[in-house]
Design a protein around this ligand. Structure first.
Ligand SMILES: [Zn+2]
Ligand SMILES: [Zn+2]
Length: 373
């Protein structure tokens, strides 16, 4: 963003909007564009920062008055802003994160101090399956390494019954504040890492983390019709949360191996059948392998190379369960190698060429034949 948008415009409020209206407008935008809801979405992140910056100014009577008179210069502009440049730092929003409350598990929860429950991280598992498994569905047993609640300390991180003590560096708030330009910036406390408390006697098993890494075995039912890159969400199968927080989710991402002869386009399967010159000219019933066994394709007289035939409903079940794709067969004209021809066939072809009035170079065929015998 080279030119900064007007803060009122950013929040979509009138210039004389009252505090409650501004707060409500910001809250809506912050929830909509929050990075936790839009992972990897740079544009949403920009909107989120923009809204936060606008709210930081318009919610403060003095800053708002300066902004109304002098515009962005009056409140430090981009240069002095903790939002300009660099990566996204949620702790920079400490001053107004309480507006978002517990929605996203940071800021608001930490500011209360203590060891508030935090949701566990989501996990991703790339699962390689065969073409047929993707088509028909399959059950798989997965071993997922993840952080689980430590049984030894029951997740508290403390050895014995000793309760965690308030952090001396931040007074239990989990954040330290300092002034930067016109903003008060809150940063995660370096001593307690935002916990607000420190453990004097850490649990031996988890070294105070409250969680230990374990390999969890889970059965996953892959539905018929999944395709490359499909994501399966297993709720609550991610990492356990800290301090009794809810677990994250596990995302199983499908990697489908290519098939030797089949290709796939959505629910449709594509393959080729070999058609000889004689079959293409006179027509033939040709057998073709499909996912559902051997089927017969009626190749009509006068078939062109690349001509397409449809075996209706012989493809892959649609992932939404609504019907079945088709198997599309493409005619591939096969030309025999000279080494594959015997004298009789050569003689017949020569006769054919004569009848068609398109003579072949006899000597050439003979010469090539000798090379291969
Ligand atoms: Zn422990
Ligand atoms: Zn601290």
């Amino acid at each position: 963003m080279s030119t900064k948008r007007d803060y009122y415009e950013v929040l979509g409020v009138a210039r004389d909007a009252d505090g409650a209206t501004i707060k409500s407008a910001y809250r809506k935008l912050a929830i909509k564009h929050h990075p936790d809801r839009n992972p990897g979405d740079k544009e949403a992140e920009e909107y989120f920062k923009e809204a936060a910056e606008a709210y930081a100014v318009l919610s403060d009577g003095e800053k708002r008055a300066r902004y109304d008179r002098f515009g962005h210069q009056g409140v430090g502009g981009a240069a002095g802003s903790p939002f300009g440049g660099g990566g996204f730092d949620p702790s920079a929003f400490g001053d107004f994160a309480d507006i978002l409350g517990d929605l996203f598990g940071f800021g608001g929860a930490r500011r209360r101090g203590g060891r508030a429950p935090l949701r566990g991280a989501d996990l991703r598992y790339d699962l390689t399956i065969t073409f047929e498994e993707a088509a028909f569905g399959v059950e798989k047993t997965l071993k997922i390494p993840r952080l689980e609640r430590c049984d030894e300390c029951d997740g508290s991180g403390s050895a014995g019954d000793k309760a965690p003590e308030p952090c001396s560096a931040c007074g239990g708030r989990g954040q330290v504040r300092f002034n930067q330009g016109f903003f008060t910036v809150a940063r995660t406390c370096p001593q307690c890492h935002g916990e607000g408390t420190v453990i004097s006697e850490p649990c031996d098993t988890c070294r105070g983390e409250g969680r230990v890494e374990r390999a969890r075995t889970i059965e996953v039912k892959i539905p018929a019709g999944v395709d490359m890159g499909a994501r399966l969400r297993l709720q609550g199968e991610g990492e356990h949360g800290r301090h009794g927080g809810p677990p994250g989710d596990l995302y199983v991402v499908m990697r489908v191996q290519p098939h030797e002869t089949f290709r796939r386009e959505g629910p449709h399967v594509l393959s080729e059948i070999e058609v000889t010159y004689a079959q293409a000219v006179l027509g033939a019933a040709i057998e073709v392998e499909t996912l559902h066994g051997t089927k017969t394709v009626e190749v009509p007289p006068g078939t062109e190379p690349g001509q397409q035939f449809k075996l209706r409903g012989e493809g892959i079940q649609r992932i939404d369960g609504h019907g079945q794709g088709d198997h599309l067969v493409f005619a591939k004209l096969v030309i025999p190698r000279p080494s594959e021809l015997d004298d009789e066939r050569v003689e017949l072809l020569r006769q054919l060429a004569e009848l068609e009035g398109r003579p072949v170079r006899e000597s050439m065929i003979e010469r090539v034949k000798k090379m291969f015998h």
